[in-house]
Design a protein around this ligand. Structure first.
Ligand code: C2O
Ligand code: CU
Length: 461
């Protein structure tokens, strides 16, 4: 067991850039970067609309916006959560394959961190990439009010970019006065989920970032909203997807109407326009009218770079499923009309609308049912997931990485992931090696679906 002191010494914090991306400090707009080995969860206010500060915000850290945490693959990372909210919370490290005790799920992996208490998280991320962190307790409220931040795990061998911009993409449910309105409507929770009213990137409406003209920018996008699925496009510049959900794409491909759901991440190589002042736009084309999420303005004389100059990202050390010896496990998503769940002290929504394999689990009832599947450490499993519902569901598995294969509806790009966006009437296979012992939650990341039953967990022993 490492001592807390050694762990703290090993921790790399926000704002410490790896060599070679020094320009990011000038161009990256990472204003919220801060040095912190303590992460305070606290109430606050934030300037999200121009009608004045939004009250009732929940955030992490000293700045308005949760800090971008940075660490390195294979290095010990330690962080103390200090809960200054007046309700319990935890931190889940979405996508990081870490020790089960650090996974942040109340009742399953750790006790509540009550207001006034703290919890020491310590882990060594095995994979580099773009990940994020958020509570796993009263999540519709806590995430809806702000608790969601990005954690970047760097690989010292990563290719050199001219700048890096991290975007935390999310909505807010605010009324015309800029104040919170009811987080959800039951009839929407039973459908696609209740949408926010104000779209933001890094808590700003359509912010603009400067980046070197003709330069290569690494955009790290995290879809942290509780509900919204995005169809992303870059206009005014060439953009290639280099990683999906933290893991390198087997081959880079042009970003073209790519759908990502809550919980998913995308790393993009953006080749800035050559002309000084020219602007590239990140758009979501999914809604009834396209939304500009952020703009990037070319600054200086062109660096004349080409995405062809970029070496591939190094692969993460993920175990390759052995399909010849795999055990298949069925998972069927469905609506549920079971009786009202027990109240949890951590914010039950009070309804059951959804289920996995007919079991609805409101995961803060304090009374989880048995695991939906038990797996043997080191063996390969294939999750045969079916979605006969009319909704799209971003399914997230904690602690393990899977390879999506054989979809009945979509062309699958070979990569490893932790969150799969399953379409209505789709059947898909998710292949994985159960290499990380523990109880791992498997749930829809549309939080209203999760909190009204589309949650379960699997056990690896
Ligand atoms: Cu992003 Cu169960 O979490
Ligand atoms: Cu869902």
């Amino acid at each position: 067991m490492l001592t807390r002191r050694t762990l703290l010494k090993g921790a790399l914090v926000a704002g410490a850039y790896a060599g070679g991306i020094g320009l990011a400090g000038r161009f990256g707009g990472l204003a919220s970067a801060q040095a912190a080995t303590t992460l305070v969860a606290r109430p606050g206010e934030a300037m999200i609309t121009d009608t004045g500060p939004t009250r009732g915000i929940m955030t992490y850290g000293d700045a308005e916006v949760p800090p971008i945490l940075r660490t390195r693959r294979g290095e010990a990372f330690a962080l103390r959560l200090d809960n200054k909210l007046d309700e319990p919370t935890t931190v889940h490290w979405h996508g990081l394959r870490i020790d089960n005790r650090m996974d942040g799920v109340p009742f399953l992996t750790q006790p509540y961190v009550y207001g006034g208490d703290g919890f020491d998280y310590a882990f060594t991320p095995p994979d580099a990439g773009t990940f994020w962190y958020h509570p796993h307790c009263n999540t519709l409220e806590q995430m809806g009010r702000g608790l969601a931040g990005v954690i970047v795990v760097e690989d010292p061998a990563d290719p050199v970019f001219d700048a890096e911009i991290v975007l935390n993409l999310r909505d807010w449910r605010l009324g015309g006065d800029g104040q919170f309105i009811a987080q959800f409507k039951p009839r929407d929770a039973a459908r696609a989920g209740t949408f926010g009213t104000v779209r933001t990137a890094n808590w700003r409406q359509s912010p603009q970032y400067d980046a070197p003209a003709g330069g290569l920018v690494r955009l790290r996008l995290a879809a942290t909203d509780v509900t919204r699925i995005l169809t992303l496009q870059i206009e005014g510049a060439d953009a290639e997807v280099i990683a999906l959900d933290g893991n390198p794409a087997a081959t880079r491909f042009a970003l073209d109407h790519l759908m990502i759901g809550p919980g998913q991440r995308l790393d993009i190589a953006l080749r800035m326009p050559d002309a000084e002042g020219a602007v590239a736009m990140l758009k979501d084309l999914r809604g009834t009218k396209p939304a500009t999420l952020a703009t990037f303005r070319a600054v200086g004389t062109s660096l004349k770079r080409s995405t062809g100059d970029l070496p591939a990202l190094a692969a993460n050390p993920l175990p390759e499923p052995d399909l010849s010896a795999a055990t298949e496990i069925p998972f069927i998503l469905s609506a549920s009309a079971e009786e009202r769940p027990k109240d949890g002290i951590c914010g039950s929504l009070g309804y059951n609308f959804w289920a996995i394999n007919r079991v609805p689990w409101a995961d803060d009832s304090g009374d989880p049912t048995a695991p939906l599947a038990e797996m043997k450490a080191g063996r390969t499993y294939i999750f045969n997931v079916e979605n006969p519902t009319p909704q799209v569901h971003p399914l997230h598995l904690h602690g393990l990485a899977f390879r999506p294969m054989n979809s009945s509806k979509q062309a699958i790009r070979p990569h490893f992931s932790d969150t799969y966006l399953i379409l209505p009437d789709e059947k898909v296979q998710l292949a994985l090696v159960a290499d990380n012992p523990g109880d791992w939650v498997f749930h829809c990341h549309i939080i209203e679906h999760q909190k009204t039953g589309m949650t379960s967990y699997v056990r690896v022993t």
